[in-house]
Design a protein around this ligand. Structure first.
Ligand SMILES: Nc1nc2c(ncn2[C@@H]2O[C@H](COP(=O)(O)OP(=O)(O)OP(=O)(O)O)[C@@H](O)[C@H]2O)c(=O)[nH]1
Length: 152
């Protein structure tokens, strides 16, 4: 079922794992100031014609592409390009999540990036796009996504 409309979610960050050396410091001054939770607005793929209404006052943007859905990746790339060239999003930090990696074959990362024309896009846009492979089932990629969200 596609997400219709929008959803607001709170993401609570897991405590950082304690290091195996008991004498090592567990928290640094920087990590003390990291947010413990964050609010995320999810806007469904079927809302693409209305995405522009949400571009005001955004600090970070996560673009989620279903890597198991070969038929839709090229279309997702065209929509991604329209986001990256949007004047109001030029200073926004962007995370590209290739999701459902558990359901995709192993080379899918490269194929998806090819279909999204990422290397061509990176030369034309101002934002640095971080790319993460993820799965809601295996939780692959979650630590990277949490880190990215917590970073200022
Ligand atoms: N195997 C697998 N299934 C997933 C994963 N994430 C979501 N699903 C399943 O995929 C189905 C559709 O969910 P989503 O693709 O998240 O739907 P959606 O993102 O709301 O849809 P749009 O917003 O329209 O793109 C549900 O049955 C989910 O349980 C994943 O990482 N791996």
């Amino acid at each position: 079922m596609p997400t219709i409309g929008t959803g607001i979610y709170s993401i609570h960050f897991p405590e950082k794992q304690k290091p195996s050396n008991p004498n090592a410091p567990t928290t640094t001054t920087a990590s003390k100031h990291l947010p413990k939770s964050i609010q995320v607005l999810e806007i469904g793929g079927s809302m693409a014609p209305l995405w522009r209404q949400y571009f005001e006052d955004i600090k970070k943007l996560i673009y989620v592409v279903d890597a198991s859905n070969l038929c839709q990746i090229s279309a997702a790339g065209v929509l991604f390009y329209s986001i990256l060239t949007e004047p109001r999003l030029q200073k926004v930090k962007i995370l590209l999540v290739l999701t459902k990696m558990d359901y995709s074959y192993r080379q899918m990362r490269n194929e998806a990036l090819l279909m999204l024309q990422m290397s061509k896009l990176q030369k034309q846009i101002r934002q640095q796009v971080q790319i993460v492979e993820a799965s809601a089932v295996t939780k692959v990629g979650f630590p990277e996504i949490y880190d990215w969200l917590q970073r200022p």
